[in-house]
Design a protein around this ligand. Structure first.
Ligand code: PGD
Length: 825
């Protein structure tokens, strides 16, 4: 890695732990070994972090956990199942906030104390009674649109115990709710890409890794951290993505990582990878500079642009400055993005001369004007003319859910649905239309709470925020995932009732009125596939231990509430846990048999206690994204209005948005290094941690491996540290006009100058109930800006924040992130 310096290496290794696991082969679990494992009291289950073998002692207690599928690199997330189950921050029984209980006669006038109050234990019966009464009251007084059950979040794996799906199933059947649009992962890209490529693109299988390894000459890992993200998947990781990284390392392919930080991916690739640090949120100028150089040398693929794209001439005029008088030369780009003009020219030549695959991640679209980055990346790939060729073009999902791992021949396991499979009477209900109209882009939650009834633009429409009176969150943690938490905290005081279902006392649970203890996935039976694209395995997710304390499955809770609202039969469809699993498995078995894939009957599958691996498919191995379109764009048109790649979109232009024009453009963000004020001269980025899935697992012993000064570590460049007299290991305060957090300094050259990297997902831990409360654990979202990416997508902007940092001079406050609130200990 060209930019790695030895002085930073030690602190990096301390903070990544990656190399410690390298080469430590996981046990290969053959069928015989699985059978033996079961006999020995080992249980097979799965989590987002892959299939797991769990060791249980004679008293039924979990002693250790590890991988059930072999992988060359250790996945630390697989090792802490016991910590997840037995944790002092588990919610032991239903709880109600004291101020809420005292104010029950006046519940329409909330007391403003959420997040700064004590809790009182209640029985499940009391909790159900309270919830039933409040739901009936809110629905009668305000209709279904008074209830927000969008409840975004990563919950846990499983096709039956899907937290927010169960909440929404109950709400659908019992009278309605308002939900959300989009997600935090790809809020901008998933709205812009259908206009450009005719599909969301971000959740689709890119060209197979096997083809890349055989055909690509250059791989550009652009704002993506394949090493970290492949540890997890929306279903369960198939654990193959990082093995492919190791193969890439050995392949001789030229690999480039463009990123403000030297990620774990670049670290694994070592000398096979050149790190090009780029200023945060300035990838568009870099791409424009490369395009300018392609055009200056007449290297752009005119035949491709003519045959497969619309609007290339308009974009070409923009690149050359004919539209706005600014030629997007490498020099112009270098000034903004921090990559030298010489390097930009070198990249243009390299990409032009070689089969190049862009593996783009999503962090670069979680920023103000984030729609532009993926649009511009497609534009650059189109100028190179390699889209649809083996090993060329772009893929927007190599880092996610092990994208690029070849798809297997498989039946696909269905999930329990939001509406019953029999078809629901709910579909005919009046509320559905209103709720559809009032659902809002998920990252506008604070805005919706602060501005009920206000109108806002979204993807060509004018929409209206609902007036939210009751929130139920189940399977997510907005008090880590949302931006500008001080603003959320204020808006959060407005609804009349807030209910949270959670296994742990997260900040979201601490900010609720009624808290229901949920089981972890290890306390119930379920099923999952692995690899959201590869469909590689089907795994029995076996209950490992009985529910802890008074925790209940979300399924059981919503089934009971459904009974109270007279819709139990529709909710359960007459099934209990195991009959649901047999039913869902039956569907995958039937689909598999149609493809002549033999599968055991459910009972045998379940009893065998093993991971079932689907057969290899030649088609999956040889998959080249957009090959059909390239072969015949008339017979295989894209889903865009023109059927081609829309480098210029008439649809978007007609929306007349100043913040998203008819073609990809450089629109400077509201905050970045190019306009940072003197008091906040640094840019904070918030990458995803190697040791967590978002905020999940921050409470486990893995934290001992990365915490610095008992806080979330922040990476700071030595020059920025020296200028502030900050040493490695110091307790520091990071702050801007939105808030302040404590963190532990890691002084390292693996972050670009004037950039701080504070990984997302540290549990929010406000010191008090004040407007600018110091977060004692280091949650970056206290500092990130809360505004939509643009009028088009209204996605989240978690990567947009300018800040400053100083050595913390006061006495270190006690960390309370992992301590239950008063009354609950
Ligand atoms: P998680 O930590 O996964 O984060 O935000 P998300 O809210 O998904 O939260 C899931 C919660 O569900 C946990 O608290 C867990 O305990 C709980 N849970 C797990 N299983 C169950 C269950 O069975 N029942 C119930 N009731 N609860 C359960 C993630 C979001 O954060 C995402 S997807 C992205 S991509 C964003 N990334 C960034 C970023 O890069 N930078 C910033 N600044 N901010 C981000 N926020 C976003």
């Amino acid at each position: 890695m060209t930019k790695q310096h030895s002085s930073s290496r030690r602190s990096f290794i301390r903070n990544s732990g990656l190399l410690a696991g390298a080469g430590a082969l996981s046990p290969t679990m053959s069928a015989k070994a699985f059978a033996q494992a079961a006999k020995n009291g080992q249980i097979i289950t799965a989590a987002h972090w892959g299939p797991l073998v769990i060791n249980v002692d004679s008293s039924g207690k979990v002693t250790s956990s590890g991988p059930a599928v072999p992988a060359k690199l250790k996945n630390p997330l697989q090792t802490v199942v016991a910590d997840q189950i037995y944790n002092k921050v588990r919610i032991k029984q239903p709880m109600v906030r004291k101020g809420f209980l005292d104010n029950l006669d006046n519940v329409t006038q909330p007391d403003g104390k959420r997040g700064d109050d004590e809790f009182v234990p209640i029985s499940w019966k009391e909790a159900y009674d309270l919830i039933e009464k409040q739901l009936r009251r809110v629905r009668e007084a305000y209709g279904a649109d008074g209830i927000f059950a969008g409840s975004y979040g990563w919950r846990s794996s499983g096709v039956l115990h899907k937290a927010f799906t169960l909440l929404q199933r109950f709400m659908t059947l019992s009278g309605g709710y308002v939900g959300h649009l989009g997600d935090y992962s790809t809020g901008a890209a998933q709205v812009i890409m259908p206009h450009v490529m005719g599909t969301v693109e971000v959740y689709e299988q890119p060209t197979s890794w096997e083809v890349v390894l055989r055909e690509s000459k250059v791989v550009v890992i652009w704002s993506a951290n394949i090493a970290n993200s492949s540890q997890i998947a929306w279903s369960a990781s198939d654990c193959q993505g990082r093995d492919y990284l190791l193969k890439l390392k050995e392949s001789g392919i030229k690999v480039i990582a463009i990123d403000p930080t030297l990620s774990e991916t670049a670290e694994i690739l070592g000398d096979a990878c050149e790190w090009i640090p780029v200023n945060p949120t300035t990838d568009v100028p870099l791409m424009l500079g490369i395009c300018h150089e392609l055009m200056a040398n007449d290297w752009h693929d005119k035949a491709f642009l003519e045959k497969y794209c619309v609007g290339a001439d308009i974009v070409a005029d923009y690149i050359q400055g004919k539209e706005d008088g600014i030629a997007k030369t490498p020099e112009w780009a270098a000034e903004i993005c921090g990559v030298s003009a010489e390097k930009i020219r070198e990249l243009a030549k390299l990409f032009h001369e070689n089969r190049t695959m862009f593996m783009a991640g999503w962090a670069m679209q979680r920023q103000h004007h984030g729609e532009q980055t993926h649009w511009m990346l497609v534009t650059l790939a189109a100028f190179l003319g390699q889209i649809g060729l083996p090993g060329g073009g772009f893929g927007l999902s190599y880092h996610y859910s092990n994208g690029g791992v070849p798809e297997r021949k498989a039946g696909v396991l269905p999930n329990i649905g939001i509406t019953p499979s029999s078809g629901s009477s709910a579909n005919n209900k009046d509320w559905l239309l209103t709720a559809t109209e009032l659902s809002f882009p998920v990252a506008r939650i604070s805005d919706a709470l602060h501005n009920p009834g206000a109108q806002y633009p979204y993807n060509g429409q004018t929409r209206t925020y609902p007036h939210i009176r009751l929130i139920w969150w189940c399977g997510g943690n907005p008090f880590h995932h949302h931006q500008d938490l001080n603003r959320l905290r204020k808006g959060w005081q407005k609804p009349e009732v807030i209910i949270v279902s959670e296994p742990y006392w997260t900040a979201t649970a601490k900010h609720a009125d009624i808290v229901l203890p949920a089981t972890t996935s290890y306390e119930r039976n379920d099923l999952t596939m692995t690899g959201d694209y590869s469909n590689m395995h089907i795994v029995p997710m076996k209950k490992v231990v009985e529910p802890q304390g008074e925790a209940k499955d979300d399924y059981e809770v919503f089934a009971e509430l459904s009974r109270r609202f007279g819709v139990e039969a529709e909710f359960t469809e007459g099934r209990g846990e195991m009959s649901w699993l047999a039913h869902l498995y039956g569907q995958v078995e039937a689909a598999a048999r149609q493809q002549h894939i033999p599968m055991p009957r459910f009972r045998q599958f379940w009893d065998e206690n093993k991971v079932y691996e689907n057969p290899i498919s030649e088609r999956g191995v040889e998959w080249v994204r957009y090959a059909d379109f390239r072969k015949d764009p008339v017979l295989n048109p894209l889903g865009t209005p023109s059927g081609k790649i829309e480098l210029f979109s008439k649809t978007i232009e007609a929306m007349n948005y100043e913040d998203c024009r008819g073609h990809a453009s450089w629109l400077p963000p509201v905050e970045y290094l190019g306009n940072a004020p003197e008091e906040y001269p640094l840019h904070m980025v918030t990458p995803h941690s190697h040791y967590r899935l978002h905020s999940q697992l921050n409470q486990t012993s893995l934290r001992e491996q990365y915490a610095v000064a008992n806080r979330e570590p922040v990476w700071i460049h030595p020059e920025d540290a020296q200028a502030r007299d900050i040493a490695d290991g110091d307790l520091v305060r990071i702050y801007n006009g939105r808030g302040q957090v404590l963190a532990g300094a890691v002084v390292t050259e693996r972050v670009a100058k004037r950039v701080l990297a504070l990984h997302e997902g540290a549990w929010y831990d406000p010191a008090d109930g004040s407007d600018n409360a110091l977060c004692k654990n280091g949650c970056g979202n206290v500092l990130a800006i809360d505004r939509g990416t643009s009028s088009l997508a209204q996605g989240n902007t978690g990567q947009t924040a300018v800040v400053n940092i100083e050595k913390y001079s006061g006495e270190a406050p006690e960390l309370t992130a992992f301590t239950p609130p008063k009354g609950a200990a």
